[in-house]
Ligand binder design. Structure first.
Ligand SMILES: NC(=O)c1ccc[n+]([C@@H]2O[C@H](COP(=O)([O-])OP(=O)(O)OC[C@H]3O[C@@H](n4cnc5c(N)ncnc54)[C@H](O)[C@@H]3O)[C@@H](O)[C@H]2O)c1
Length: 256
């Protein structure tokens, strides 16, 4: 990519005060990007402490609070950046355990708003900015193993993660001519706050997660750093011919 070489490349990672997003920010900072940490304002202390930690290590880091499900907030967050080279739409919420036979759809709207609309808005405003810059870019989203295969009790969450794969393909198809690639990662079980919260949410959820680990080829839980390594590659110059893909990072659960 022929870029503006006067300023450092910028990578924005949503939902990065915690877990996988935080590990991605750390890795992209060490790859040489000026990193922008995004999260909800209630995570202010964590996000700002993280930015300070990165700055103390000599990295360029800043924090922007925005709810990824809010059109105007995502638009102004992206527009406030001097430049944008890598957008990682990572933020999501996990829906409570739910089944098709439940007599309610609690959690459906919020899960779709944050996970799917959140990805749409991040992809959209990143694409608009990258096209205007004129040198291309990388857009990376977060699907899941349950965006590839069903698991009991994951109905709503799984539906959002399947939809993110479709959104990724559609955006990749539209944006290739602008030298913008769009891919997403599909983690299996990764040791983050979200996974710990889910496992603690009910005995059913904990049992389900243990079954997942037993079914993997690599018999350990994944770490956020495993996903960060993949994102680092997808963001790199060398990944310029990969687009529209959902890349599994699951210790060998789904073989495609
Ligand atoms: N951990 C896993 O096992 C696993 C597996 C498959 C996919 N994933 C996906 O990976 C991504 C990261 O997951 P994680 O495990 O690190 O989650 P996490 O809960 O540890 O971190 C998610 C972050 O997103 C933030 N966030 C939530 N709603 C937001 C909003 N509306 N706007 C901005 N920020 C918001 C949260 O405050 C949190 O800091 C998610 O998309 C998740 O669905 C995780």
């Amino acid at each position: 990519m022929a870029t503006d070489s006067n300023t450092k490349k910028v990578a924005l990672v949503t939902g990065s005060a915690n877990g996988i997003g935080k590990a991605i920010v750390r890795k992209l900072a060490s790859d040489g990007y000026a990193v922008v940490i995004n999260d909800l304002e209630f995570n202010k202390e964590k996000a700002e402490a993280f930015a300070e930690e990165l700055k103390a290590q000599g990295h360029e880091a800043s924090v922007l609070f925005a709810d990824v499900s809010d059109f105007e907030q995502v638009k102004s967050m992206v527009n406030s950046l001097e430049r944008l080279d890598v957008m990682v739409a990572n933020a999501a919420v996990v829906a409570p355990v739910d089944f098709i036979t439940d007599d309610h759809i609690d959690g459906w709207q919020k899960t779709f708003d944050v996970n799917l609309k959140g990805h749409l808005l991040c992809y959209k405003f990143a694409a608009i900015k990258m096209i205007a810059q004129g040198w291309g870019g990388r857009i990376i989203g977060a699907s899941s193993i349950v965006g590839r295969k069903p698991e009991p009790g994951r109905m709503t969450y799984s539906a959002t993660k399947w939809a993110i794969r479709g959104l990724t393909q559609q955006a990749a198809y539209e944006l290739g001519k602008h030298n913008i690639t769009v891919n997403c990662y599909a983690p299996g079980l990764i040791n983050s706050e979200l996974a710990q919260q889910y496992m603690a949410s009910s005995p059913q959820a904990a049992e389900l997660m243990n079954t997942v680990i037993k079914s993997q080829a690599v018999g350990r839980i994944g770490e956020p750093e495993d996903v960060a390594q993949l994102v680092s590659f997808l963001a790199s110059e060398g990944a310029g011919f990969i687009t529209g893909q959902t890349v599994s990072i699951d210790g060998g659960i789904v073989f495609t």
